[in-house]
Design a protein around this ligand. Structure first.
Ligand code: PGA
Length: 259
């Protein structure tokens, strides 16, 4: 299948794996996919917990496996107990920040306005920003998904200049498809939402939107990955549970590359 981007494939480890477990996982993954990384056949990334970032970076050994952070404050410093700032993350040499995962939005109350500030802060500190969007089941059932996702994108990128598009990735993750309680989405449903996202990004960024990869996430596994990636406007996959074992993740990546 012809794709305009090189495959993007990554995992968010959520609040799983300690620093030592993350390092072991990444060492194994790096070994497994050494050929793919050496030949730069895919953009592979792992997003561990904050405390595991340092050991993850060491284990990745700068050989092409990108490490990211799961969240970030929009402020450089301040009286904000429990927050982690972009300046602190910069020290670890990571290049990628995930923002707006549905668990951040729904469990920790992050709003589109907050995420708009985080996106700007991430870009100002030269990170690549991966913004997650997606509707819940009520919005889907009301037939409002495209409008809802468009609003998340418009607010999240409201103060972003088009030339920053090359440092933006988007992940579409329907809330109802994520995690142990998630129901895998139908491929044609995903294709329709990704087409809507591509159209929204074109309205926001103009021609520069072509630089932005759109990843799909939500109950991706070894059985459905290939079919999901085969959909138009799906530039990669953002995987949770099915990627937390290095052998499984390796298998999925190879399957996608051989598709
Ligand atoms: P899952 O998680 O693949 O375990 O459903 C996806 C995500 O939350 O990004």
């Amino acid at each position: 299948m012809q794709k305009k981007h090189k495959l993007y494939v990554g995992t968010n480890l959520k609040m799983f794996k300690t620093a030592a477990q993350t390092a072991a996982y990444i060492s194994k993954l790096r070994e497994n996919i050494a050929d793919i990384l050496a030949e730069q056949r895919a953009n592979v990334f792992v997003i561990p917990s904050f405390l595991a970032i340092e050991s993850a970076q060491k284990a990745a050994a700068q050989n092409g496996l990108r490490i990211g952070a799961q969240n970030m404050s929009w402020l450089d410093e301040g009286e904000h107990t429990g927050e982690v700032s972009p300046v602190m993350l910069e020290e670890f040499g990571i290049g990628l920040i995930e923002l707006g995962h549905s668990e951040r939005r729904n469990v920790f109350g992050e709003t589109d306005e907050m995420l708009g500030k985080k996106v700007c802060a991430g870009l100002a500190h030269n990170f690549t920003v991966l913004l997650c969007v997606g509707e819940n089941a009520a919005v889907r059932d009301a037939g409002q998904s495209d409008e809802f996702i468009r609003a998340q994108l418009e607010k999240g990128f409201q103060d972003v200049a088009p030339e920053n598009a090359r440092r933006i990735w988007v992940a579409y993750e329907p809330v109802w498809a994520i995690g142990v309680a998630g129901v895998p989405a139908a491929p044609d449903y995903i294709a329709a939402r990704h087409a809507g996202i591509a159209a929204a990004l074109a309205d926001i960024f103009g021609a520069r939107s072509a630089d932005i990869p759109i990843l799909y996430g939500g109950s991706v596994n070894a059985q459905n990955a290939r079919e999901y990636y085969a959909q138009d406007h799906v530039d990669g996959l953002f995987i949770g549970r099915a990627a937390w074992d290095a052998n499984n993740f390796d298998g999925i990546i190879r399957d996608l590359l051989n598709g």
